[in-house]
Design a protein around this ligand. Structure first.
Ligand code: CMC
Length: 392
């Protein structure tokens, strides 16, 4: 069978070439299509970043207007899809709803499933970008029995999402511009991160020529895991637990160092970043700004800072180069906006969607595309004599 290189967890294995995101883990550099994440986060609208990732260039004003208008045309969900929500239990996790409903898009839009037809691909991209916030907000409304709020197309992408989340038909609703800015920034810093677990999943599924909806649904499932996007939810649960137990961060650090405990410091460590995670730096600053401006005192933020300090001064974390990652402070911002903890990873998915799409599209554009089919090193039994059932 030839010589097989074993690399569990793909630590050193490049699965593809890519021109989308540049990441230097030692220097803490992250760039989308060559543009530093810090500049994009400070100056862009999330929709501009979507365009940049998917089409490779920052849009001109005209391109951006056309792109926005096209997305707006697709924000509504087919009325028949609403009945799915009746079937899900009230306490269903919104990530489960998100991946199921995204997968179901391929049953409603059978006219845009061919990965080799550029026009079909284009319309499925716009449908996904437009509908994901609607699907997400409906899953939240479902969780406590409020009526769904239809998308409102004169609002921006982020405003529309917040309105669908928090408006109720009986009262006028005002979207707080500080919340819109904070959400916009969070979506931008989550928008791509090269060959992470969910993106590799999207590419893997897409490599079999599965349609875009099916591929993205698989990516959402991968993202749900607590070692990946689910960490933002796990961080807040961890911080709450620390507060409930008296706020002793040093004790928690000790617990996270003890391999027997199976406890990890959630929101800490990264496969690639070994110095700092530039996204965490941006988010922590934004967090500071928002809480300060709104005069919010969140005990979670205080505990998070103390925990960070304790870990960064501990030999175990220093030696292993474990630093706060993107998920460490994002939850504090989500909480300030009023987003409940089980929706955190859904927000991550909304941010990561253009990245997933860009990778799926890049793969299909590659002349060297092949189905992803890793090999293995077999460790099972060698050939055995078959034993008839009555003799076993
Ligand atoms: N707390 C305690 N110890 C840790 C942690 C942590 N958060 N992360 C890594 N370690 C230890 C690990 O036990 C190992 O120790 P040793 O060398 O003694 O066996 C060493 O550090 C290397 O860890 P690893 O598990 O081999 O590293 P990895 O690259 O396979 O895993 C990771 C990366 C992000 C899954 C891991 O650091 C982790 O579980 N972090 C907590 C979960 C988290 O915050 N995930 C979000 C990642 S960033 C956003 C995203 O990807 O979605």
């Amino acid at each position: 069978t030839g010589y097989i290189t074993l690399d569990e967890g793909y630590v050193n294995t490049g699965s593809t070439t890519s021109a989308i995101t540049y990441l230097d883990g030692e220097a803490g550099i992250l760039r989308y299509r060559g543009y530093p994440i810090e500049e994009l986060a400070a100056n862009c609208d999330f929709v501009e970043v979507m365009y940049l990732l998917i089409y490779g260039e920052l849009p001109t004003e005209e391109q951006l207007t056309n792109f926005r208008n096209s997305i707006r045309r697709h924000t509504m969900l087919h009325e028949d899809m609403r009945s799915f929500y009746d079937g899900f239990p009230r306490d269903a996790h919104p990530m489960a709803i998100l991946s199921s409903v995204v997968s179901a898009l391929s049953t409603f839009y059978q006219d845009s499933l061919d990965p080799h037809d550029p026009q079909q691909v284009e319309v499925s991209i716009h449908r996904l970008l437009a509908k994901l916030p609607t699907i997400a907000a409906y899953s939240y409304k479902k969780s406590f029995g409020q009526p769904f709020i239809y998308p409102q197309n004169d609002l921006s992408y982020c405003e529309n999402f917040l309105q669908m989340m928090f408006a109720v038909p009986s009262e006028p609703f005002h979207v707080d511009p500080d919340f819109v800015d904070a959400l916009n920034l969070l979506l931008i810093v989550h928008a791509d991160h090269e060959q992470n677990c969910s993106t590799s999943t999207v590419r893997m599924v897409g490599s079999a020529d599965a349609n875009l909806f099916a591929s993205i649904s698989a990516g959402i499932s991968a993202l749900w895991g607590p070692l990946h996007g689910g960490a933002n939810e796990a961080v807040v649960n961890m911080l709450e637990e620390i507060i409930e137990n008296g706020g002793d961060v040093d004790k928690y650090v000790e617990l996270a160092k003890d391999k027997q405990s199976k406890v990890r410091l959630m929101g800490f460590g990264h496969r690639v970043y070994k110095n700092f995670d530039p996204r965490a730096t941006i988010i922590k600053k934004a967090c500071d700004r928002l809480l300060d401006k709104l005069d919010i005192k969140d005990p979670l933020f205080d505990v998070a800072q103390k925990l960070e300090h304790a870990a960064l001064n501990d030999e175990y974390f220093v030696q292993r180069k474990l630093y706060p990652n993107v998920d460490f402070y994002s939850g504090v911002i989500y909480r300030a906006i009023g987003i409940p903890v089980q929706m955190f990873t859904v927000l991550f998915a909304m941010g990561r969607l253009p990245g997933w799409i860009a990778h799926w599209k890049e793969m299909h554009g590659s002349k060297t595309k092949r189905i992803c089919r890793p090999r293995q090193v077999y460790t099972g039994e060698t050939k055995r004599e078959f034993i008839p059932i009555e003799k076993r």
